[in-house]
Write a protein that binds this ligand. Structure first.
Ligand code: UDP
Length: 355
């Protein structure tokens, strides 16, 4: 049996690497296939897990459109599938890389495994284009690796057959266990940030670009001023994000703006934070393991487990709603022994399912 693992962005590497490493350990034949949809941020993550892709499509161009990414991945993936005679293609999550990778496998009659299947915000255009991507991928997948009971329920509601769905936990928890075991996160954090009292911020979602992001940042800034916390923010490389962050926080003395940091450093910043404000999916899944409360700066979520377990709040995208959510979350104690997203054994369950 030969499995192709497809990834192209930072979170896909983080969530696919544990499967790659586990497959090697179990002596399963895996081929790692990078699209490099986000070149720099993907490469940074590969180093953390000491991975060198067997194939690198290197598709990224300046101002790339979703259509051009999808078209290139569709064609190049088809060629790799034929050459390698893959039995399975695994895609992760909801990127354009994952959607095109899955369709390409489907066109070639190769089985598809969807890692992190069944997440739904309920709004096809939010997050855009991710909600569409994840629905399309689920349709063409032979095995749906649902991270939680809630994601399984979503799939059953849409009529997917029970025996196509396996609850595995999210591989992001496997990834963070891997890093926690190997590195002294407290020491690493102090090498980067001396500050002890800070909000960790990340923002990048397409539907927040523009005015929404400005308002979110103003809410965070106000909280920082009133509660005396610094803002630590590794700023996404997207120029649309960088422009607004610079305008709102560039001159603010309590803001520590960083370049995107590698995964180990990021987890160290997460471990040291007082509270988190983010529109990221992966960070919502990681924060509970470090006992951190997450203020989700969005209007919808496909991860209700966070809110239901009391470990986060859906803050919306207004200045006042973000401020209020931060105030509310500031004193909440999160039980770090209970991560609703996984237990660190997801990769093993996924590989055993295809075996
Ligand atoms: N992350 C990182 N460095 C950073 C910011 C985030 O390694 O500077 C990691 C973080 O731990 C999480 C993942 O990147 O696992 C989230 O990626 P992102 O927010 O870009 O995507 P999403 O999860 O929203 O798809």
């Amino acid at each position: 049996m030969k499995i192709g693992l497809v990834f192209g962005t930072r979170p896909e590497v983080i969530k696919m690497a544990p499967i790659y490493l586990k497959a090697k350990e179990m002596e399963i034949n895996v081929v790692s296939i990078a699209t490099a949809q986000h070149r720099e941020m993907m490469d940074m993550m590969l180093k953390v897990f000491s991975m060198t892709p067997d194939y690198d499509m290197n598709i990224m161009t300046e101002n790339q459109s979703l259509n051009s990414v999808a078209a290139k991945v569709l064609v190049k993936m088809g060629e790799i599938i034929e050459k390698e005679k893959l039995d399975w293609v695994f895609v992760q999550g909801d990127t354009t890389t994952a959607m095109a990778g899955a369709i390409s496998a489907f066109h070639n009659g190769v089985k598809v495994g969807h890692v992190e299947a069944g997440l739904r915000s309920g709004n096809l255009k939010d997050p855009f284009p991710e909600e569409m991507n994840r629905r399309v991928i689920d349709q063409v997948s032979d095995l749906l690796f649902a991270p939680t009971t809630n994601s399984k329920k979503n799939l059953l509601k849409e009529g997917f057959e029970k025996d196509r769905i396996i609850i595995t936990g999210n591989t992001v928890v496997d990834a963070l266990y891997y890093v926690q075991e190997k590195f002294d996160l407290d020491k690493i954090r102090k090498e980067h940030i001396k500050e002890d009292n800070y909000i960790l911020v990340t923002l990048h979602r397409r539907e927040n670009w523009g005015e929404k992001m400005r308002k979110i940042l103003e809410g965070i800034k106000e909280f920082s001023k009133e509660y005396g916390l610094s803002i630590v923010f590794p700023v996404h490389l997207n120029p649309k994000v960088r422009k607004i962050v610079k305008e709102v926080l560039g001159e603010y003395e309590r803001a520590i703006l960083l370049e995107p940091v590698d995964y180990i450093t990021f987890l160290s910043l997460l471990k040291g934070a007082r509270i988190v404000a983010s529109d990221s999916g992966g960070i919502q899944e990681e924060a509970p393991s470090f006992g951190k409360f997450v203020v989700v700066c969005r209007n919808t979520t496909e991860r209700p487990e966070l809110i239901e377990s009391g470990y986060g709040i859906l803050a919306g995208t207004e200045k006042s709603s973000v401020f209020k959510a931060l105030v509310k979350g500031f004193d909440v104690k999160v039980d770090k022994t209970k991560n609703p997203f996984g237990d660190g054994k997801a990769s093993e369950r996924i590989l055993n399912a295809v075996i």
